[in-house]
Every structure is written in structure tokens, then in C-alpha cells.
Design a protein around this ligand. Structure first.
Ligand SMILES: [Zn+2]
Length: 409
């Protein structure tokens, strides 16, 4: 272990916070809003080239490439992928790019150009320290992340590459989010339920209230309340909380004495790891069938934007690697957390089958007009990424000791 600890010291000595600040600020000055993020991908590719790496561009749509950069290992170790998105939400009224002491300010600072720069500096520090990892690294940036303008085109293209094994990875670390190991998220889907009367929008004088879709909307909402009570009575997931159903939109009626038909109810259903969307579909199907039979109305439903939950177990080597890195850097292993929020990890873990987690500088100002990121946190992340890469990928055996000989300069 002496060799590993020397490698750690050696690589940390090559992380330059001021250089991270300069690169992050330069990245923020490049406009790369979702849909027109080509310049952001180009910046990332240029930064990788400047650091001596060899990125390739994968044109997902004209002018909108993903960036993939393989850093081969010496052999005999697992492969780690770092990933982030090169698009930002619209700049809008965001503070212009700038620096104030420890803070780098501007759209994309926290979400997530800072993380991408930290990722590149981590790989660069490994190279400058002369550390040959046993397993390989992939540094990747994707387009089209931020919805609704983005349709996940970039993440989906990367998933295709992983499924076709053009790219292989044993774990993925997404370089954004809170400064903690985010290892689980609920699944989620938008549901849409349509209640309609076979009689159409006629005068309410002809239809008793108990046949009015509005009265059955009340019944439906009551059923949701029962479901919510049931969910609350089941033990919550220790990291990402309990199953939940909620309503966001109700569209009903257009005139005071016309039958309101159809009525549409839209909302979000979130469920815990261990359950799949099939169960949600089955529950909605039987609920709609029962209400249709009782009411004589039709109850139709659909699910959109479904994401299965993800959970990377605490025993996974990538979590072990981050724990060791955290102990070395801060004296303790990072906190393990979960979120109700869904993100690209839900896609990578379920659709590409690669265990995924997030570790980022912060999740505090993303999408606000005062977006900013702490430089100290970015440097911390760069250190964590480099040390976790050493722990996960391993160091080539002819280098393991004495580590001091690895320094080239
Ligand atoms: Zn983001």
C-alpha cells in the first residue's frame, strides 16, 4: 500500500486549482445552450487535445457532437468512464461569466462545465505524475441533456455505443451533483389519464351529476389519496425516499353548463428501486378499468418519459474506490446519498447496464440566474476523480513500487 499512497501524493501535487479556474471560466465564455452546444463540445475536445489526449467527435446531429476520449490502460484492470453534458440551459438572465474570489460565476459553472474541466484535469494529473493505470479511462461529454429542448440524444447515442461495445466501461461516474456519492434515484414517469363521456360536451341539464366526468375526477383523486397513504405506510428506500404520486395539471371544461369531457389529468409517479414501470402500468390499468366500469365513462391512460430507478450497491468497487479517495483527501469516506430526481444515471444503468454514480462539486445553484461553483470544490473533485481512478482501475504492476520512480520530470 506504500506504493499506492505515494501515487496518491504524486498525482495530487499535479492538480492546479488556478489552471482549473482559468479553464472553467474560458468554458463558461463559450455559449453552448441545448440544441446549439457544438461550441461546448469543441471546447472540451480542444482542452483534451491541449492536455495531450486524443478525443474523437461523434456527430449526433449536424453540428452537435458527443466527445469521447479513450486513455488506454496498461492492461489487466477495469475500465472507468467519466461523463458529463456539454449543453447548458438557456443563458437567459444569468450573471455573466466572472470570478469572485473562490467562486467561478456564470451559466454552466455548476451544471456542469466545472465538473468537465475537473475531469480533464484529473486525467492530466495522472499523466503528469507518470502513473500508468492498469485499466483504461474514458472521458466523455454528451449533448442534448437538458430537457425539454434536449431529448437525451447525446446520452442515448453513448448508450448505443456501449450496447454495441464500440465503447466498454465497467463503471460510469457522472461529474455533477452534490459533493457526495449519489448512488440511487427513484424511477419516474409522467402519466396522463383521460376521462371522457360517450355523450360528448352537451348541456349539463341532460346529464345527472353522477354521470358527469367531473364527479369521477373526484373519485380518481380520492383513489390517488389512497395510493399515497399506502405508499407512506411502506418502508422508504434508505437513500431516495418513498414512492409518490402527484398531480400537476388538470384540464377540464370550457363552459359553465356544458359537460366537461374529456378531462385530462397529468402528473408524475415516482417509484423505488426494486420496482419497475410494469407495476405502475398494471396499477393504472386496473384502476382505470374499475372506474370505467363503475362510471360508464371511459378512462384511458398513457405513460411518458419513463425512467427506471437505479441503485449502485455500496459494495461495488467504484464506491470502494471513492471511499478510499475520500479518506485520503478529507479524512473520511464521502456520504452516500440518493435523490428523488432522475437523470442520465437512470439511463446508463438501465439501458447500457453499466453501474453508475454521480459525484460533483455541488447541487445548489444549477438552473438559477446566479449559478456559480467553488474553485476549492472543483479542485477537490479533480483530486477525487484521479484517486478514484487509481483505486478502481489499479496501477500497472511494474509501477506499483517504488512509486517515486514514476515521476518523469
Ligand atoms: Zn446537468
Amino acid at each position: 500500500m506504500g506504493g499506492l499512497s505515494m501515487s496518491f501524493d504524486n498525482v495530487l501535487a499535479h492538480i492546479d486549482a488556478e489552471a482549473i479556474a482559468r479553464d472553467t471560466l474560458a468554458f463558461l465564455r463559450v455559449r453552448s445552450e441545448t440544441g446549439a452546444e457544438g461550441p461546448g463540445s469543441a471546447f472540451l475536445a480542444d482542452l483534451l487535445r491541449r492536455e495531450g489526449f486524443d478525443p474523437v467527435l461523434d456527430e449526433v446531429e449536424p453540428g452537435r457532437p458527443n466527445v469521447y476520449c479513450r486513455i488506454p490502460g496498461a492492461g489487466g484492470g477495469p475500465t472507468l468512464m467519466f461523463n458529463g453534458h456539454t449543453d447548458t440551459i438557456p443563458i437567459g438572465n444569468s450573471l455573466p461569466p466572472g470570478r469572485d474570489g473562490d467562486w467561478i460565476i456564470g451559466r454552466g459553472a455548476e451544471d456542469m462545465k466545472g465538473g468537465l474541466v475537473a475531469m480533464v484535469h484529473a486525467a492530466s494529473a495522472l499523466r503528469k505524475a507518470g502513473i500508468a493505470l492498469a485499466g483504461g479511462l474514458w472521458l466523455t461529454g454528451v449533448i442534448g441533456h437538458e430537457t425539454p429542448a434536449g431529448k437525451k440524444e447525446g446520452p442515448r447515442r453513448l448508450i448505443t455505443r456501449l450496447r454495441e461495445r464500440d465503447i466498454t466501461a465497467d463503471a460510469i461516474v457522472i461529474v455533477e451533483g452534490p459533493c457526495a456519492l449519489w448512488t440511487a434515484s427513484l424511477g419516474s414517469a409522467i402519466y396522463r389519464i383521460t376521462i371522457s363521456s360517450p355523450r360528448g360536451p352537451i348541456h349539463t341539464i341532460k346529464v345527472p351529476y353522477e354521470q358527469n366526468p367531473a364527479s369521477w375526477l373526484g373519485r380518481l383523486l380520492l383513489e390517488f389519496e389512497h395510493l399515497e397513504r399506502e405508499f407512506a405506510s411502506i418502508p422508504s428506500h434508505p437513500l431516495c425516499g418513498r414512492e409518490q404520486i402527484n398531480v400537476g395539471m388538470i384540464e377540464a371544461g370550457d363552459y359553465v353548463n356544458r359537460l366537461p369531457t374529456p378531462i385530462r389529468v397529468l402528473g408524475t409517479w415516482r417509484w423505488m428501486p426494486g420496482k419497475t414501470q410494469t407495476r405502475i402500468r398494471d396499477t393504472l390499468a386496473s384502476l382505470c378499468a374499475r372506474l370505467a366500469e363503475q362510471s360508464g365513462l371511459s378512462f384511458d391512460f398513457s405513460l411518458e418519459a419513463t425512467r427506471e430507478p437505479f441503485e449502485t450497491p455500496a459494495s461495488h468497487p467504484i464506491i470502494q474506490a471513492f471511499s478510499t479517495a475520500g479518506e485520503r483527501l478529507t479524512g473520511h469516506a464521502p456520504r452516500q446519498i440518493g435523490m428523488a430526481l432522475v437523470g442520465d444515471a437512470n439511463l446508463f444503468a438501465n439501458e447500457a447496464g453499466v453501474p453508475t454514480l454521480y459525484y460533483g462539486p455541488a447541487h445548489e445553484t444549477a438552473h438559477s440566474d446566479h449559478e456559480r461553483v467553488s474553485l476549492e470544490r472543483l479542485a477537490h473533485c479533480a483530486g477525487m476523480y484521479a484517486l478514484a481512478a487509481i483505486g478502481f482501475c489499479g496501477v500497472a504492476t511494474d509501477q506499483a513500487s517504488p512509486a517515486g520512480s514514476a515521476a518523469p520530470s
